[in-house]
Write a protein that binds this ligand. Structure first.
Ligand SMILES: Cc1cc2nc3c(=O)[nH]c(=O)nc-3n(C[C@H](O)[C@H](O)[C@H](O)COP(=O)(O)O)c2cc1C
Length: 208
């Protein structure tokens, strides 16, 4: 299993609609190729981890690196490991804000302005913390101490993580509807996006 983490910058500002389109692509493609991962976005910067069979990951990264929607693509690390870290998501997503960063233990002094490729590529501890934090979202360390391998707790954690993802998708969808302009009718592409988001919300969580 290969896991690759990279940084990049948006070529021009991403609207909520553009982010939703991107997530749609991830959700459509990644399960087909057995790819899972995590995508963090903020301050015009992407931090993404992609994991799966080597061939699938290399092929995907090749496409992503050539995608004109972003630039300044730089690989931070390549890791060969037996286990996935983001098995619950075809592509976990979170949009970072200053408020969100303040909630993360150890990153309270990190401002969103520092979420940029220059700073992050020289601060691997911050990157690791950000990736780890999303992985263990809502994971109470006290519960972890009792028995991290307990199946029931694992299931609960997974369910919470999945609902978090869904909330993020709905938030993006609502924002993109607002962006589309008051009073104007929604176009066909927008309605298709609403339908596919609804389908994704109703779908069963991705099997690990
Ligand atoms: C920051 C960023 C992250 C991306 N992540 C993925 C991904 O995880 N999976 C994916 O299929 N495409 C991803 N893409 C899109 C790919 O570059 C490419 O457009 C897509 O794989 C083409 O798929 P399609 O032929 O189904 O449209 C990403 C693009 C950007 C800009």
């Amino acid at each position: 299993m290969l896991r690759v983490t990279y940084l990049s910058r948006e070529s021009s500002p991403f609207t909520s609609r553009a982010l939703l389109d991107l997530l749609e692509q991830c959700r459509r493609n990644n399960p087909r190729w057995g790819v899972t991962g995590l995508l963090l976005y903020g301050n015009g910067t992407f931090l993404q981890t992609v994991e799966g069979e080597q061939e699938a990951v290399e092929a995907l990264l090749d496409r992503i690196a050539r995608d004109p929607r972003h630039t300044d693509f730089r690989i931070l690390r390549r890791e060969e490991e037996a286990l996935r870290r983001h098995a619950d998501w075809s592509m976990g997503f979170e949009r970072l804000t200053d408020e969100r960063l303040r909630e993360i233990p150890g990153l309270r002094n990190l401002s969103l302005r520092e979420f940029n490729p220059e700073f992050l590529s020289g601060n691997s501890g911050v990157v690791e913390n950000l990736l780890q934090q999303h992985r263990s979202r809502h994971w109470d360390p006290l519960i972890g101490e009792i028995d991290a391998r307990d199946r029931l707790i694992e299931d609960l954690r997974r369910a919470l993580g999945t609902s978090e993802q869904r909330i993020e998708m709905v938030a993006l969808l609502i924002e993109s509807v607002i962006e589309s302009g008051g009073g104007k009718a929604l176009d066909a592409a927008h309605i298709a996006l609403c339908r596919s988001t609804l389908a994704a919300l109703r779908a069963e969580p991705t099997a690990p």
